[in-house]
Design a protein around this ligand. Sequence first.
Ligand code: DGI
Ligand code: FE
Ligand code: FE
Length: 187
Amino acid sequence: MDRVEMRERLEKKLTKKRYEHSLGVEYTAGCLAMVYGEDVEKALTAGLLHDCAKWLSGDDKIEKCEKHGLSVSDVERKNPELLHAKLGAYYARTKYGIEDEDILSSIEFHTTGRPAMSMLEKIIFVADYIEPNRRPLDEIEEIRREAFTDLDKCVVHIIKNTLSYLGTSKSDATDQMTIDTYNYYIK
Ligand code: DGI
Ligand code: FE
Ligand code: FE
């Protein structure tokens, strides 16, 4: 399936806003790939598809994961929104014909990140946060600058903001992977 066909399919599934966001992540990931010498086509594809499972309700996400044998942790059960990432990787493989493991894991880990991310994984993680259609987030100008000058610093900055947004007290909302990513990249 080429990207034009993927877009047509996605547009039918996602809300207008989410579809625009997906296009924003697509071209932003493409630009970052140019800066960091990553495969531009792969970045465009991963960026476009990263939220392809976002349209399902929370209960449906849990149900689909269980149906397809994808594990659901306690944190994910309480915060089923998190599951759109791993379910998205599953749909990218089964419904959009993606076989490239790096693209698939970029989708799977785009929300929490993970320790020792590949270049493509970092690009998708960052592009998701900085793409131009997203409503302005704290320190976004500095984060956008870092994205194109110091990608690892940018990852840390994003994770810091996410953890502070989730709130240290609401520990039952924070996925262990988000904490692991933070601890890895803060070093
Ligand atoms: O799907 P998007 O909205 O484009 O972006 P995303 O996949 O990064 O999801 C963003 C949301 O995910 C944001 O509200 C923060 C939340 N998030 C990130 N890490 C965690 C998390 N939510 C929970 N509950 N736990 C986490 O560790
Ligand atoms: Fe997402
Ligand atoms: Fe997104």
